[in-house]
Design a binder for this molecule. Structure first.
Ligand code: PLP
Length: 429
């Protein structure tokens, strides 16, 4: 194993020559591989094909309502009952949406901006009187959260992501000092991209943010990977809503989830949860947006996923498909980069990503080099607001979509590029 800090300049030059040769031959191999797509493979999607036809001509829910018709703005009771359990809330705290939780997040942010989190006086744009409105963004994080804010003119303030969640000293200090900070993005279990699971202490402190921030502040708790474990006994997420009840802060949180990565990514069911008071406000505004969601799809999902026992068995089938793919990434990183000092990475217990950190200043170079050898990686910087990774070191690897054979080939290129870029940098120093 090449160890960067122990190598002499002569050794480094030798390695550089050998790696350059390998890189050239990979360039000639005409590869066309892609490690960017955080979406389920066709094999995973096939697990839910029984959704099709499951209703067998019965379109009524338990109360006899014909679900093919308009209405049912906040979802059918059976769906609330089931999805409440995924995100650890009560059914009366749930509202069901369309096929994507991102739409619900956009709707919640836009409503808060324009119409308010409660009455019209609570509209963020009104309260800010033209000054900028800000959100906290634990980094590295999910690019679409950042893009959503940028699109709506909300400024993003990066905060450090620790091994147990966001740096809460930093978060509390910022929120206390600046009342124009109106929200924080959280992906609390198997976060995108680091796979972090928020600890008990962090969850408890997040629940208390409502006591130190202004009344119009909201935590955006995007539990997109709530049940997406890669192994048995994966670290559990403490219950945010229970801590909020204890602190009297139920109004300060919006929780989100969906079945995008449980059933069909493009035809699942999304849901959100909050205090009944918050839901009433959101429902009022939602009624101008739609006459009702796709309740037939809700019922199909209830019939198919049934209960948490069945749902967890279904998720174990996803894990069985995903594990070999994650193993292919991790085996390559461990055997090729091990203790080389050329980077570090996460070994997640769930979720969709492996997060890699190169030596500072190399992520862009590595992504460019890999592209030159036919391997597409998520653009460096994508995991930071404004695409700006100040260390230029984070690269998100997404192993779910390609086959194991494709991942192995792509990872061979990736580790080679990491080595070559690291050695080039060391020799240039
Ligand atoms: N939230 C996170 C953290 C994600 O990683 C993703 C998809 O990659 C989503 C939300 C999208 O969810 P949905 O399909 O429900 O809109």
């Amino acid at each position: 194993m090449l160890r960067l800090d122990q190598a002499t300049p002569e050794q480094l030059r030798e390695w550089q020559t050998a790696l350059n040769e390998q890189y050239k031959s990979l360039q000639q191999a005409g590869l066309n591989l892609d490690l960017t797509r955080g979406k389920p493979s066709a094999e995973q999607l096939d697990l839910s094909n029984a959704l099709d036809g499951i209703l067998n001509g019965t379109y009524t829910d338990d109360s006899g309502t014909d679900l093919r018709n308009y209405g049912g703005l906040d979802g059918i009771p059976e769906a609330k009952q089931l999805f409440a359990q995924i995100i650890d809330v009560k059914p009366e705290e749930v509202m069901i949406g369309g096929n994507g939780s991102l739409t619900l997040m956009y709707f919640a942010v836009q409503t808060a901006l324009q119409h308010g989190v409660a009455d019209a006086d609570s509209a963020w744009i009104k309260e800010s009187a033209g000054a900028s409105i800000k959100f906290l963004a634990p980094v590295p994080g999910y690019d679409r959260h950042f893009a959503l804010c940028e699109h709506l003119g909300i400024e993003l303030i990066p905060v450090t992501m620790n091994a147990d969640g966001p740096d809460m000293d930093q978060v509390e200090q910022l929120v206390k000092a600046d009342s124009s900070i109106k929200g924080i993005w959280c992906v609390p279990r198997f976060s995108n991209p680091t796979g972090t699971v928020y600890s008990e202490q962090v969850v408890q402190r997040i629940a208390k943010l409502g006591t130190i921030a202004g009344a119009n502040f909201r935590v955006f708790w995007d539990n997109a990977y709530a049940v997406h474990t890669l192994q048995e006994n994966a670290t559990a997420l403490p219950n945010l809503m229970d801590y909020c009840r204890a602190a009297g802060t139920e109004d300060s949180v919006y929780l989100f989830g969906s079945t995008s990565k449980i059933t069909f990514a493009g035809a699942g069911v999304a849901f959100m949860a909050s205090s009944p008071a918050n839901l009433n406000v959101l429902k009022k505004h939602l009624s101008f947006n739609t006459i009702g969601p796709d309740k037939v799809n809700q019922l199909r999902h209830v019939k198919f996923l049934k209960d948490m026992g069945t749902l967890n068995q279904h998720m174990a089938k996803h894990a069985a498909i995903m594990q070999p793919r994650f193993n292919a990434v991790l085996t390559s990183l461990r055997t090729e980069l091990g203790d080389s000092g050329m980077g570090s990475w996460t070994e997640p217990e769930g979720g969709y990503f492996v997060s890699f950190d190169s030596r500072p200043g190399l992520a862009r170079e590595i992504v460019k080099m890999a592209a030159g050898a036919g391997v597409k990686l998520t653009p460096a910087g994508a995991t930071f607001p404004y695409g700006n990774d100040p260390q230029d070191s984070n690269i998100r690897l997404a192993p779910t979509y390609p086959t194991v054979a494709e991942i192995e080939k792509a990872m061979a290129v990736f580790v080679l590029c990491v080595k070559l870029a690291s050695i080039n940098q060391a020799l240039a120093a």
